[in-house]
Design a protein. Sequence first.
Length: 492
Amino acid sequence: MRIWIAALYLGCTSEPDETPPTDTGPETTTPIPEPPPPPELGEWDENEPVGLIRLEPSGDYLGPVTVWWQQRLPFDVRIDFRIDGEDWQSSPVYQGVAGLNRQSIIGIPVGGTAEVRLVGASTVEFTTDAGSITTPALPDTFPPHDVQVNDPEGWAPNGQYYLTSINEASCGWCTGRFWTFIADRQGTVYWATRSPDNRQVLYVQISVATGDHVLWDEVNWGSQGQGSLVHRTYLDEPIAIIETPGHHHAFLELPDGTLAWGDRTSTQGEAIVELAPGETQPRTVWTCRDWFEGGCRSNSLYYDPAVDRYWFSFYTQSAVVEVDRATGETVWSSFFSSDTITNSEVYDFDPIETEFDWQHGVVHLDNGNLLISTDRIVDEKDGSVHTVLAEYEIDRKTGVLREVWNFDPGYDARFNGETRRYPNGNSMHVLGARSIAYEVDAKGTVVWQVAYPDGNMLNRLEFLDDLWGLMAPPAYAPKLDDTPFVMPGVRP
């Protein structure tokens, strides 16, 4: 018989609230499936504080595991697991309720096997083995990885994992089935979901409004973005699916939860549109026709809340425009060979050889410069091109984009690319068409590089450290105090 002590809070009878918050964006436009019904309460030893019900793989995504258990009284618990006999890892502490409890755990590799145990936290001392579970594996069609450089001491902080998406098919810019996934720096996958057939996933990201969930896009490129969607999801359960008409490439979230994207169906040429939380109709912020009389096709969109401006990149013009969000005016645009630009100051390049060519992944840095992925001729004799990572000073007095730094990774990735700059000076660069992502320090030393098969098209990538923070809010009971309670008939 195990002796145990629980903290009992009189009147602590509230049931856990498992309803996802409703303030993370617009209303769901496509129904979210109902969660499976809970299992029946079972019997367990009357001298035990808990009775474990079962372990189940997630019904929505590859990776998470659901743990069901019963408690005689409300008290704090945590869930431990270990993989292949390695060190035990722990979940956050959960405020379990009397009766049935359910929590999901993350951190078991997709297709991995782990031992699981339930452990009393604070006032209750017990450990109950829950057995082991093997999570469903990735299919053979998931693209294999090759970590070619890995120097953890050189990484930017807070980057143990990366979130990205990749096409299952090796066909360049094409539709197919896209995987959205989280892997560690060794390429081991811990979470994954696959898009429907013929839907691209290009701009997966962590919510900047709340930081507690993932947004992934389901782009219908072949129909000019008609029927495109954005999914909001925790790692263990979906939140909402939002219609984003005309969305065909880049989208982003503003700090207040507003979604913005390039709308290809606009009658005024491609437009920046926004959908605010609670709204059902997007509003137009800026249109291509206000800037250029011909057609526009975008491949990148960036927003900086510090100055309330957008940077919009067009592969059809090899140009970038800066847009004032409040007024919808084009502040400036980079030079390209056309005399039909209207209502915009045109910035030239210094030197001219650094002008944009099939640029992607424009980012406005804290120092006011631009970071971008752009093609560059590296050999005039044979015309060979590399896709370089370049930083430009925006000289607003003289109307010039002046290159101040670049790094040549030695590859040509004609389309799809992303960039980021980190506080320690490191930069991240995705070479989309070559399915390569790397991190380079300010001195030009690559500290991490992963490659997938050429042509699978790797897309937007974001580093993160904490997977637990992306799980659905746990079904917490009210916080318990430390008042000891002795189970009747059991001596402490």
